[in-house]
Design a protein around this ligand. Sequence first.
Ligand code: GLN
Length: 469
Amino acid sequence: MLPTSIQATREAIAAGRTSTVEIVKAYLAAIEDQRYLNIYVEVFGDEALREAARQDEALTQGAKLGKLAGVVVSIKDVLCYQGHGVSAGSAMLENFVSPYNATAIQRLLEEDAIIIGRTNCDEFAMGSGNENSHYGPTRNAADVARVPGGSSGGAAVSVQAGTCLVAVGSSTGGSVRQPASFCGVYGFKPTYGRISRHGLIAYGSSFDSIGFLAHNVQDISLLLEVTAGADTKDSTAPNKPVLPYAKAAPDREPQSIVYFAELLESDALDDAVKESMQATIDKLKGLGHTLIPAKFSYFDYVVPTYYVLTTAEASSNLSRFDGMRYGHRSPDAEDLQETYTRSRTEGFGAEVQRRILLGTFVLSSGYYDAYYGKAQKARRLIRDQLQGILDAHDFILMPVSPSLPWPVGERVDDPVANYLADVYTVLANLAGLPAIAIPAGTAGHLPVGFQLMADQWEENKLLRFVKGL
Ligand code: GLN
C-alpha cells in the first residue's frame, strides 16, 4: 500500500522502507490498471521515473531535497508546464506545447515535486461533470457509470484512484470543491489572488484560482505554503505574508459557524445531502462549536450572476484563440475571415461556443447595462452580505453540491441543469473567499462532502480549524 500523506511518504523514503522510484512505479502501475477511468490526457512516465531516480541518488549522497521531494503530483490540463503539452481539454490546443512554467508549477518544481501527468477536465474548465472534454468523460472511481464532477474531474479521480498523491486543479466556480466532494477527497481553493494565476489558462479572470485536491488537509496546507504569495507576473497576487500553513497546529477552540437553515428544507437539495448536512451540524455542535442558522437573501441570483459575469470574461479571454499565432487553424479556410470563423468553429466544443455566444451577448452595446452591469451590482450585493456574516462569525458551512454524482450522460443535453447545480460553490468565487470541501462519508456507495468558507486571507484559520476536526 502506498502512503496517503506527504509526511508518511517522506518518512517511508527517509527510513528506506521504499524508494522514490518504487513509489513512482506503483503510481504508474495504478494509472495503467485504471485506464478505463480516463483520468489523464498525458502521462509523463519516463520523465517522472528519471526525476525519482535523481532524487534517490541525491539522497544517497546526503543532499538536502525540497519540501515536496518524493511527492507525486498530477496537474490539471490548464496549467502550463514548460516543454509539455497543455490543451485545456480542447481540440483548439490539442498540439500546443507550453513554452514556460506557470508560477505555481515553477514553485512546486523548485521544491522537488514529481509531476506524473496532466489530468482530463472540462474544456476550458467549463463544466461540472467532466463531460465537456475533447478527450471524453472521466469516470468516478466509486461508480464508473457516474461523473466525477468537474471541471477538475480528472484531478479528483487521480487522487481518489491512487494514481498520484496530490493534484493541482483550478476553480472558477467550484471546480475543485465539487469534484473533490463527488470523489471523497479534500478540495481547497484559496482567497482570490493568494496563488498567482500566471500560466493558468484563463476562463473568468476575476474568478479563477488555483486549488488542490488531496487525502488530507495537512497536504493541502503544504501545497499552499509552497505556491502562495506575490508574483510580479500577476498583479492580482498581492504581497500578503505567506504563513507556515503546514506547521500550524490544529485549532480546537469553539468557533461561531453560520449555516443557511432554509437549505435544509429546500426541495432543490437531495435528501442524502440534507441528511449529511444535518449530521455535520450535529457533529460540529458536539465538538463545542456554536452553529447559527442565518438567512442569505440572494440564492436565486447567485447562478445567473455567476454565468453572466464568467461568460462575459470568457468571451474576452477566449478571443485570443483565432487560429493566428497558436492553436487550431482550419486547413480549409481561404481568407482571413474564414480562418477566424472556421478555426473557432472546429476548435471549440459546443459548451465553450455556447458560453462565448452568451458572453458576447451580455457585453454587447444595448445589452451591457441590462446584463453585465446588473450582474456586477448583484455580485457586490452577494459579496457584501457574505462579508457581513464573516465580520460577525468565523465560518460559513454549506453543502458542496445539491446532489450526489449523477449518471454519465444524464445532463449533457441540459446545460441549465448543470449550471443550477453550481449554486453553493460559485458563492466563494463570486466573493473571492477561501473555501474547502471536506469528505463526510458516503450515501450508499457515493461520496458526499460539506464545505466551509472563511473570510478573505484567512486560509490559516480555516486550515487549522479543519486540521482539528
Ligand atoms: N461548473 C462551473 C462552470 O461550469 C465551475 C467551473 C470551474 O470552477 N472551472 O463554470
